[in-house]
Design a protein around this ligand. Structure first.
Ligand code: G3P
Length: 216
């Protein structure tokens, strides 16, 4: 499984890229709105300058032609820009055209196995089931991830599953166990994954012990 960073913050992306663990970035309009002072295209250009892997940027139009227009403009910024489309009939229609044009897509706001299957059949490169938001309303979000992974394998569909709306480190581990191709992770969760209190305690003990070591 690969890890993408779910943020539009350039400092977080630069930091995580330095750790060598992220293979791409996903953004959404809410994350972009937090980054004041830069236009959306400028922000996406900044992200693609830091990350050579896939960078998802979401369209705002709700009908096919507007989505396609925005998608072409965004993809012109850099070849690794992936177009995030909402899981609607119009999103499917736009995705179909973009896949024929060779523009990669990420079908977002997926909350059911059926939606994910349709996204794959329409030619989506990635499909993003929202695990945390499903958990929030009492559904087992990770089951949607596991089912989609299994169905895509059985039917040899090339679409990759991105476990999205990740809320805590255990979600990342469960996504890997479920066979997700990718988990897209907020920076705070990535930092939590790095840390363990026993690691901190171990370092403190080694340091303390080394001070009492006999001189050679
Ligand atoms: O980027 C899509 C998804 O990861 C959003 O997560 O935490 O807003 O449900 P969240």
């Amino acid at each position: 499984m690969r890890i993408f960073l779910d943020t539009a913050n350039l400092d977080e992306i630069a930091e995580a890229a330095g750790w060598g663990v992220i293979a791409g970035v996903t953004t959404n309009p809410s994350l972009v709105a937090k980054e004041k002072g830069r236009s959306f295209p400028d922000l996406i250009a900044g992200i693609t300058a830091l990350v050579s892997g896939p960078v998802s940027a979401e369209v705002m139009a709700l009908e096919r032609d507007g989505m396609i227009r925005e998608a072409r403009e965004l993809h012109r910024i850099a070849p690794n820009v992936v177009i995030k489309l909402p899981m609607t009939a119009e999103g499917l229609r736009a995705g179909r055209v973009l896949s024929i044009e060779g523009i990669p897509t990420n079908m977002t706001l997926v909350f059911s196995v059926g939606q994910g299957l349709l996204a794959a059949l329409s030619g989506a490169t990635y499909v993003s089931p929202f695990v945390g938001r499903l958990d929030d309303v009492g559904h087992a979000g990770m089951e949607v991830v596991a089912d989609l992974v299994r169905i895509f394998q059985v039917h040899r569909l090339p679409t990759q599953v991105i476990a999205a709306s990740i809320r805590h480190p255990q979600h990342v581990v469960e996504a890997a166990r479920a066979g997700a191709h990718i988990a897209t992770v907020p920076f705070g969760v990535l930092r939590q994954l790095v840390q363990h209190p026993l690691t901190d305690l171990g370092i403190a003990r080694f340091l303390a012990d080394s001070k009492h070591a006999q001189p050679k």
